[in-house]
Structure formats: C-alpha cells, structure tokens
Write a protein that binds this ligand. Sequence first.
Ligand code: FES
Length: 99
Amino acid sequence: MAGEPAILYRGKRYPVKVGEDVLSQLLMAGADIQYLCMGGSCGTCRVTVVSGSEHVDPMDPGEHYHIPGDGPDRLACQMICRATGDVAITQRGRGEPLR
Ligand code: FES
C-alpha cells in the first residue's frame, strides 16, 4: 500500500471513502466502468477482486444470489469499502489493475 487506501483500477489509484461502495466512488472520480442499475440487481458491474478483498465487507445474501460461491468476483455496487487498505479490481474487457 502506498499512501492512503485506494481502489486500484485500470492503472489508477482512486482514494477510498469508508462505508461507500466501490462503484459509486469510481463513478464520482470519473472512472470508466460498466454498470446499469446501481442496486445489485443487473450484474453489469461485476468485477474481479485481484487483491485486498479483506478491505471490503463480505457479500450479503443478495449479492451471493448473483455470484454464487466464494470466488474473487463481486458486484462493485454492493462492495462496501472498509478503507483499511488498497483494493485492486478489474472488470472484464476494461483493462488490468495497477499492481
Ligand atoms: S450496477 Fe447493477 S448490479 Fe451493480
């Protein structure tokens, strides 16, 4: 981790706000990320957590309905940041995270 906790996405660092979801924070910062409903029902914001999954809240049952199992994928609109460290994500077709 370098400096303040951040979301690492498409080669950039986006500062993290505790208690806010990843999608909202990326959109507010002008990031290019796919989404539709912002409510956990469409699955369009699905991302893969490359590292730092311990720095976001675990899935709730509603998110598990869309993403069964314990793999690295999450819904960015349902992934709440703890701001305890960096979270690196990637979205299919949207480039690689900053390492
Ligand atoms: S934007 Fe629809 S589930 Fe996240």
